[in-house]
Ligand binder design. Structure first.
Ligand code: EPZ
Length: 424
């Protein structure tokens, strides 16, 4: 397993270019299945998860060609409605193809994505919504079988209420409703920027969608969609991660492109801790480090504080003056980075969903193990600030979600190297 060796306490400086949003790209790649013509997605980050989603689409008969950060997706001739287990089990987001497959073909066979390090990750809200849209859905041997009987295999518009504003369920159901007969409404919908980006992509293909980005989304079905050439929004979680890289190393760095509104809660909490975040022009931010004061954070659905920034913020809070509390309300098991940060000298105690962080004057480098994508980012950030050498193992987690993270950090002046697996 590859590792990253980091020599801490080197200040950073300069400018970092932010890649396209992973969680947008994955949803939009599924959305391209809705279109019977070739589409083009630009600003797609070059990540393991993107390559995995490409494999899932190819298994469905989709033509895929990637040039740099652009992907041509040709779903004009879907050859099957069955997504392969060995691919879906590696990438939870590939479950989102169920909505477009059902909308296009009137049938879908998609394996349950299963749980992961951060939680059970159920799909009951996706299933209940598809049933409301007129699909018969049953789950047997870990496979979700969905079929539309009658009406020529067309879904019918419906009013759906999500018990929880699930990002994936909102995206699955919004995609399915674009080709349904009649009007659909999704209430208590997720408001994340990636949901709005998916809606804008579908509208660019001719879908009729209103209200994406709010908690109520209205979709009027259309017979078919058409080609488009679409650029994905910048990754707000990568922005947040680099803002913290500056704050935790006491460095002033700038970042672009950024859509500041997408990362408002992180900017607000970072400024509450002391650092300044300045908007330099429409799409550029600069972070100016300041002595760190503790604060409290509760992760919530957008526009609340994003759960995908929880681990990275915890790394920062280990070095702040005073005590802070982080409450994780979105996922049931997203505190596995705590034990690793404690190995580096952090003072953190877990009580249920809460982590109580007592600031310490310094962290000390140590060998640590990444357990999931954002935990790996948090450990890299801690390594940048720690005295001495940190070895972050489990780097495959990092490669799933960050494009060229170490190159970007090296260009900012960080000292690190990727270490090949010792057993190779
Ligand atoms: C998306 O996951 C993101 N992934 C996650 O990012 C992100 O953490 C999450 O949204 C929350 O913002 C992608 O977009 C590919 P949810 P998703 O459905 O859609 C429960 C990262 O690090 N739930 O909003 O799977 C669920 O158990 C990843 O980039 C149900 O109960 O998240 C969880 O507790 C990690 N039933 C809560 O909702 C359902 O049918 C939020 O999950 C669906 C979800």
């Amino acid at each position: 397993m590859e590792s990253l060796r980091i020599w801490g306490k080197h200040p950073l400086s300069g400018h970092v270019t932010i890649s396209g949003a992973k969680n947008s790209a994955l949803a939009l790649m599924a959305g391209a299945l809705l279109c019977p013509q070739q589409c083009r997605l630009n600003n797609v980050p070059n990540l393991v998860d993107i390559r995995r989603m490409s494999q899932v689409l190819k298994a469905l008969g989709v033509g895929i060609s990637q040039q740099g950060n652009s992907i041509e997706i040709d779903a004009s001739n879907l050859t099957t409605s069955k997504a392969p287990y060995e691919l879906v089990s590696q990438l939870r987001a590939s479950f989102f193809v169920i909505g477009p497959l059902l909308a296009r073909l009137g049938v879908a066979r998609v394996p349950l994505p299963g749980g992961c390090a951060i939680g059970a990750r159920p799909v009951d809200l996706h299933v209940r919504g598809l049933q409301a849209l007129g699909a018969q859905v049953r789950i047997e041997h870990g496979i979700v079988y969905a079929d539309v009987q009658g009406r020529g295999g067309k879904l019918r518009g419906a009013k759906m209420y999500l018990d929880y504003p699930s990002v994936g369920a909102t995206e699955t159901l919004m995609m399915a409703a674009t080709l349904a007969e009649g009007e659909s409404v999704i209430e208590n919908a997720a408001q994340e920027p990636e949901v709005a980006d998916l809606a804008n992509f579908c509208r660019a293909m001719g879908a009729k969608i209103r209200g994406a980005g709010t908690n109520t989304i209205t979709i009027v079905g259309v017979p078919s969609l058409h080609t488009t050439d679409y650029s994905i929004i910048p990754d707000r979680i990568e922005v947040g991660t680099f803002l913290i890289a500056g704050a935790i190393t006491g460095s002033e760095i700038s970042l672009a492109p950024v859509i500041p509104d997408h990362i408002g809660p992180v900017i607000a909490k970072l400024q509450e801790m002391g650092p300044e975040v300045i908007q330099e022009d429409l799409n550029r931010l600069r972070v100016i480090p300041k002595p760190l004061r503790a604060t409290d954070i509760e992760t919530l659905p957008y526009p609340g504080f994003p759960t995908d920034m929880q681990a990275q913020f915890m790394a920062l809070m280990t070095l702040s003056e005073g005590n802070g509390v982080i409450t994780e309300t979105v996922f049931e098991n997203r505190m596995r980075h705590v034990a690793e940060l404690v190995r580096m000298g952090a003072d953190i105690r877990i009580k249920g969903q809460n982590a109580i962080i007592k600031g310490v004057p310094m962290l000390s480098g140590a060998p640590v193990m990444a357990t999931d994508l954002r935990a790996s980012a948090a450990l890299v950030l801690a390594g940048l600030a720690a005295e001495g050498e940190t070895l972050v193992k489990g780097l495959h987690h990092l490669d799933r979600g960050y494009e060229k993270l170490e190159q970007k950090l090296l260009e900012l002046g960080a000292k690190m190297e990727r270490v090949a697996p010792v057993d190779s």
